[in-house]
Design a protein around this ligand. Structure first.
Ligand code: GLA
Length: 382
């Protein structure tokens, strides 16, 4: 795809670009914990947003979206959120850098990708992180990868209206081949755990339900967690996020919570503990335990955090009867998108057959099934 993007760039703009790519991600475990300062365990995958970019010597940012065959041009002194939805992911990144005092001269850009959209695989984070990485290299801005992740996250907050955590942009920028990254979102430090894939594969099954509800429900979950923090804060003023609250604290003050908020908060506490346990299981090559933790994560997201949907639940239920699926759960923000499945390599064909025979998307189609290879984070190609 990058060759086609470079060719198109030269055709439209008549000069030779630099090329970059940034990946989408999977998350093995640790869902809805990042914005609560907790733990997550994502990995970058072999699906990317690709960029061809080059300064143009004019006061213009000129974008072409390869996948939509659409253009967007703006004066560099007039960066504002746009009605063109896709442009906001790019403009948001530039706006962050400019408000941080950086000079971002005019440039031309063709971008496109193969991370499915609305599937919970972070296609938007790949776009934000890819442009942030490209501008940082092209204009020698001196940002670290973690700073670029933060810039990309803020672009999503301010230009796309989703108050996401840092997991997706972090994974897109820090991915490491054959490793999952256990990130502590409070101190922004991470431990790479080798994922020995000799006997297992990571397979995504796309429900075909786009997570369109997700953004409003997502922001609602954040607020519910904050309400929980406020309750505990009255007793323990040092608490500033759910990360500072133990399951014991929650039980002690349970009577002061309404049921919904208590469920949200106890899910987050339990999920954080599962991420730590999952890391230990990987160190012991104990996939059986790892897989059980994935199922528990799904049940918590379904019953307590309430971000699943019937299609995701159905896909997970199908796997419960299959011994060769060691773990399965919904992945990402929820309300649609994919399930992530840890499947024994010798049974991949059977898995695909069973899923295809027992699940159809809301349009009556066979679901998209994606085997993931874990790769590196954002990089320059030429
Ligand atoms: C989305 C957000 C992430 C994270 C997940 C849920 O992918 O962008 O920051 O909160 O949902 O774990």
């Amino acid at each position: 795809m990058i060759e086609r993007i470079i060719d198109l760039f030269m055709e439209r703009f008549g000069h030779k670009p630099l090329a970059f790519r940034a990946p989408g991600r999977v998350n093995l475990i640790g869902e809805h914990t990042d914005y609560n300062n907790g733990f997550v365990m994502p990995a970058a995958i072999n699906r990317y947003a690709y960029f061809a970019v080059k300064p143009n010597g004019q006061n213009l940012y000129r974008f072409h979206a390869f996948d939509f065959k659409k253009d967007y041009t703006t004066n560099i002194y007039q960066i504002n959120p746009s009605k063109t939805h896709w442009a906001n992911y790019l403009l948001g990144v530039i706006a962050q850098m400019v408000s941080d005092g950086k000079d971002i001269p005019g440039f031309d850009c063709v971008f496109g990708g193969d991370v499915p959209m609305g599937a919970g695989m972070s296609s938007s984070a790949a776009i934000e992180s890819g442009l942030a990485f490209a501008l940082n290299s092209m204009y020698n801005l001196g940002y670290t990868r973690m700073q670029l992740a933060h810039i990309s996250q803020m672009a999503e907050h301010q230009y796309a209206g989703v108050n996401c955590g840092i997991m997706d942009q972090f994974a897109s920028l820090h991915g490491k081949e054959n490793h999952v990254l256990q990130l502590d979102c409070r101190i922004l430090e991470y431990v790479p755990f080798e994922l020995d894939m000799a006997k297992h594969s990571i397979i995504l099954v796309n429900t075909g339900v786009k997570h369109s509800l997700a953004s409003s429900e997502y922001n609602k979950r954040r607020n519910e967690c904050q309400t929980g923090v406020e309750v505990i804060k009255q007793h323990l003023p040092v608490v500033s996020s759910l990360r500072d609250i133990t399951l014991n604290n929650l039980n002690e003050f349970k009577l002061e919570f309404n049921d919904v908020v208590w469920n949200r908060c106890s899910y987050v506490g339990e999920e954080n503990e599962r991420v730590i346990a999952a890391g230990n299981a990987l160190l012991n090559h104990d996939f059986a335990t790892f897989g059980k933790l994935m199922y528990q994560s799904h049940y918590g997201l379904r019953d307590k955090y309430q971000v699943s949907c019937s299609e995701l639940d159905q896909l997970v239920e199908i796997t419960e009867e299959l011994d060769y699926v060691v773990g399965a759960r919904m992945m990402g923000g929820g309300f649609g998108g994919c399930t992530i499945n840890l499947v024994k390599n010798d049974y991949i064909d059977s898995f695909v057959e069973v899923i295809n025979s027992r699940y159809k998307t809301p349009e009556g189609q066979s679901p998209q099934i994606i085997t993931c290879v874990i790769g590196n984070g954002a990089e320059q190609l030429t």
